[in-house]
Design a protein around this ligand. Structure first.
Ligand SMILES: [Fe+2]
Length: 576
């Protein structure tokens, strides 16, 4: 049985395909379109998924779209119509959104005109946004039973949902309605701190360790914790949400309107301008916003634990991308284990809606847990060589062992290396398939990377990929972190030995590299370890102000555009 899952007409649009409950392929549309967070219909991702499955659209048994415009419709209409600024035009806009989903068949038949539209229509399931998030986390997790949390900016008029999962069923316990949203709370302050683009929240998280959480108490008036374990916003601080929050232009780039009200500006200061320096106030605000967000997640989870009595929790949604908060959960809540999928953000909606249909709706048994994010594009050495020859690029081909030796030596010799290996990652993190690598021992690695490739804010950290077996030696928390989804404190005595991947507060956003899941990346790090005694590489995404590279062509273009020292495309090595 084939199920195609979609996240469409929403930021980070994506597609995923399953055969008998096993994920064969999943990818974000942005990787093909080369537009970050691309938010239209994921036609290229769908084509890719069908090609990987080796089938046509007519062979897909079920199509799941992670969006249900009719979810909470009554509440939505009341909310929209009850306001002079929003009124019926806002209602009409929302209903037009519903129509977009109705045009799904049209979009799909454009991909495969031979398919019967009526048949196609009968195979479509609309799965509400947060149920899709929960599905992506629980059904992919190793837990037979778990507490569940979906938490984000908003989707289908909800901003958070709690529940439980058992076997192949999900049971919803409660939810929080738009506009009360911790995601929007975080975004409003992200804007105020001078980062206006969709997805800039991680910059605030990166800035937070440079400040002190001096303003948490003032923020308690903005984000109000409720005794039932949930929360609300003090709407005084926010611009009226009825006129819309996120818009998608013709270019399909999500744009977030300013979320803060005059009242917020009065209380917390005017938004920082692009050219304005980051002051201690900004850093302290970042620290405070991060701190109260962490506290809120602990608050929700502590209650969720009380309600369910369960030991494990699965989390997804945009706020679940807060790796700093994620790394603190087992130490600050009663939960013992936490599972967060590789695409915990909205791209994971495609995967989650498909799993929800397969397990929950069709009552099929769950497949093995998902520990690998490598479900994207792949290229053979033959295809790469053919391409390089067509471009007249000089290259050498090394067998695996020699390749790892060569790359490790170049890393030790201050090299910055583009590493393109196996299938691309699904989700926002590069995990050794489309990565730029450097020596984590170098105190100048940040400058090296910033001068050679990434001109990014100096306060943002670089991440360590570590051989799984060595986590206890380097980190204070020993847990598997397959998707770089958690930040842990680095052991005090190890910090000086890996300065390039140690953040200002002594933490690192690690990826635990597993021999079975990432065999070639594992072997490369092992080669580096044998030469240096350090089982870690600095790993940053293979891109330069663009979506992560997807094809050898994009990798080569990025290599040529920047001052990277070496490009590795499978077994082909290009040196500058
Ligand atoms: Fe979401």
């Amino acid at each position: 049985m084939y199920i195609l899952g979609l996240n469409a007409y929403h930021a980070d649009s994506s597609a995923a395909i399953f055969k008998d409950g096993i994920m064969i392929a999943a990818t974000e549309e942005e990787r093909f379109r080369r537009v970050k967070h691309w938010a239209g219909f994921p036609s290229m991702a769908v084509r890719f998924c069908l090609q990987e499955a080796g089938i046509g659209l007519s062979q897909v048994d079920h199509i799941a779209i992670g969006r249900d415009p009719y979810a909470k419709l009554g509440k939505k209409l009341l909310f929209l119509a009850g306001h002079p600024g929003g009124g019926w035009s806002a209602v009409r806009d929302r209903l037009n959104n519903a129509k977009k989903v109705a045009s799904l068949e049209t979009e799909l038949t454009a991909i495969d005109p031979s398919v019967d539209v009526r048949l196609l229509k009968s195979r479509i399931h609309q799965v509400e946004h947060h149920r899709s998030h929960l599905g992506s986390a629980f059904f992919a997790s190793p837990f037979e039973e778990a507490a569940l949390l979906s938490i984000d900016g908003s989707g289908d008029f909800s901003t958070a949902m709690i529940g439980t999962g058992k076997g192949n069923k999900i049971n919803i316990l409660d939810s929080v309605d738009f506009p009360h949203s911790v995601g929007l709370f975080y975004t409003a302050f992200t804007q105020l701190l001078g980062f206006p683009h969709y997805g800039d929240e991680y910059k605030v998280m990166g800035l937070a360790p440079y400040g002190k959480p001096e303003y948490v108490d003032r923020l308690r008036d903005v984000l109000v914790f409720l005794p039932n374990g949930l929360f609300r916003l003090n709407t005084k601080y926010f611009r009226d949400a009825r006129s819309g929050i996120i818009s998608y232009g013709e270019d399909h780039i999500p744009v977030v309107a300013p979320l803060y009200s005059d009242h917020m500006v009065e209380k917390f200061g005017a938004p920082r301008k692009k050219e304005e320096a980051l002051t201690q106030y900004h850093k302290d605000m970042a620290a405070s916003v991060q701190r109260i967000t962490e506290e809120l997640i602990f608050h929700i989870l502590t209650h969720l634990h009380k309600m369910t009595g369960l030991e494990n929790v699965c989390i997804a949604g945009g706020v679940a991308q807060n790796s700093v908060a994620n790394g603190k959960l087992t130490r600050n809540t009663p939960f013992k284990q936490v599972y967060i999928p590789s695409a915990g953000h909205d791209a994971g909606i495609s995967m989650g809606s498909a799993l929800y249909v397969y397990n929950h709706i069709l009552d099929q048994p769950r497949a093995e847990p998902i520990w690998s994010a490598y479900t994207g594009s792949r290229f053979t050495n033959e295809a790469i060589e053919k391409y390089l020859r067509s471009r007249n690029i000089e290259y050498q081909v090394f067998p695996d062992e020699q390749l790892y030796e060569t790359v490790a030596d170049r890393l030790i010799d201050a090299g910055v290396i583009g590493w393109f290996n196996g299938r691309a990652e699904f989700g926002p993190r590069a995990l050794g398939a489309r990565s730029i690598l450097a020596d984590p021992r170098r105190s100048d690695a940040k400058d090296l990377l910033n001068s050679k490739i990434k001109r990014r804010e100096s306060f943002r950290p670089f991440a360590p990929s570590i051989l799984k077996e060595y986590i206890p030696e380097y980190f204070e928390v020993t847990d598997n972190v397959p998707f770089m989804e958690k930040v842990f404190p680095i052991r005090m005595e190890k910090r000086a030995s890996i300065p390039a991947v140690t953040h200002a507060d002594g933490t690192g956003r690690l990826q635990s590299v597993d021999k079975v899941v990432s065999p070639r990346y594992y072997r490369l790090i092992e080669a580096f370890y044998k030469k240096t005694g350090v089982p870690i590489l600095l790993n940053t995404s293979f891109n330069e102000n663009e979506p992560i590279v997807n094809s050898p062509e994009e990798a080569l273009e990025c290599f040529l555009r920047t001052s990277m020292d070496m490009l590795v495309l499978e077994n082909c090595v290009i040196t500058r």
